[in-house]
Ligand binder design. Structure first.
Ligand code: PMV
Length: 325
């Protein structure tokens, strides 16, 4: 059977950075994110007994960097379904890979639901998040709808993601500003391993439970100023850990910093916008719907910004009939 899934990428407001268990991808802390409407992966999977190996094409290419990780994940799903049949996998991203826009979140969420559905397995949403977490931690947050919390848990069965609110809960906007097109030199999986070597990592872990409960309160109240203050601090704190790991990693470009400073300038002038950033150089600029057009025009005027992608909160991974083959 064939199944096709569209899955969104997500932006973490409370970041997942550092693991307690490498193999199971158990995170050191819980995290909270929002699915993004215009950063998506579409994936078709078909298991076929005539195949002698998995046949994987991502963005039109057979030489895929992630191929081993994809096969490893197909093996997890095959094990669950008690089958040895190989699969044909076609996957397309509508945004660049390896630049910090979290294509592994949308990619592995789409692969999980497509592979499980193609084999006719019936898994609950919670089970799907547990399964996708093992391929890429942040992928578990791309399965449920809207604003999503991933609970750190204590073992494989209780480290899962669930929806806090549906997408229509809050009409905030995430404008991705692309400021460069170089690929990152240190993969996120590698950077995650270094996290624990930062002298500040333990302090971060100690402070996080309080920050998470404050953040959930501000999200519930739709208090944009407090919400924005926390997401910006979170993004900078994650990079403080990244910059002080052994070896230290620097994901930013000069343009990244210029745009961060510009965001603060806009804020001082009364335009409420906050930034977040993952392991790359491009920024996510968050504002309320009422400021979207003004902000969009201002960003478009900046020489340092090459492209913008406007996102609204989105639903999670879902099946579609638009098969890629
Ligand atoms: O799931 P991974 O291994 O790609 O890690 C994601 C890490 C960040 O994007 C930097 C933060 C997050 O919580 O999404």
């Amino acid at each position: 059977m064939k199944a096709t899934v569209i899955a969104p990428s997500n932006i973490a407001f409370i970041k997942y950075w550092g693991k307690r268990d490498e193999k199971l991808r158990l995170p050191a802390n819980g995290s909270i994110s929002m699915n993004l409407s215009n950063l998506t992966t579409i994936t078709t999977v078909e298991f076929n007994s005539k195949l002698h190996q998995d046949d994987i094409i991502v963005d039109g290419l057979k030489e895929v960097k992630q191929v081993e990780r994809i096969i490893e994940h197909l093996n997890r799903v095959r094990k669950l379904a008690k089958t040895k049949v190989y699969a044909k996998v076609f996957s397309e991203n509508n945004f660049p890979q390896s630049t910090g826009l979290s294509s592994s979140a949308s990619g592995f969420a789409a692969l999980t639901l497509a592979a499980v559905s193609a084999l006719g397995l019936k898994l609950s949403e919670k089970e799907l998040t547990i399964l996708s977490r093992q391929a890429s931690g942040s992928a578990c947050r791309s399965i449920p709808d809207g604003f999503v919390e991933w609970l750190a848990g204590t073992d494989n069965s209780d480290s899962y993601a669930h929806s806090l609110y549906p997408p229509e809960f809050w009409d905030i906007v995430d404008i991705v500003a692309i400021v460069g097109n170089v690929k990152k030199t240190v993969a996120t999986t590698q950077g995650q391993k270094y996290a624990l070597t930062s002298p500040f990592f333990e302090t971060r872990l100690k402070n996080l439970p309080e920050r998470i409960s404050e953040f959930k309160k501000f999200l519930k109240e739709k208090n944009f100023s407090k919400f924005g203050g926390i997401i910006e601090r979170e993004a900078l704190e994650m990079h403080a850990i990244i910059l002080t790991s052994v070896p230290p990693v620097l994901y930013w470009l000069p343009e990244t910093v210029l745009l961060m400073l510009q965001v603060r300038k806009w804020r001082n002038q009364g335009l409420e916008v906050y930034f977040s950033i993952n392991t790359g150089h491009d920024l996510h600029l968050l504002c309320q719907e009422k400021h979207k057009d003004t902000l969009f025009k201002l960003i478009k005027k900046l020489d340092i910004v090459q492209n913008v992608i406007i996102n609204k909160p989105a639903i999670g991974a879902r099946l579609t009939n638009q098969h890629l083959f």
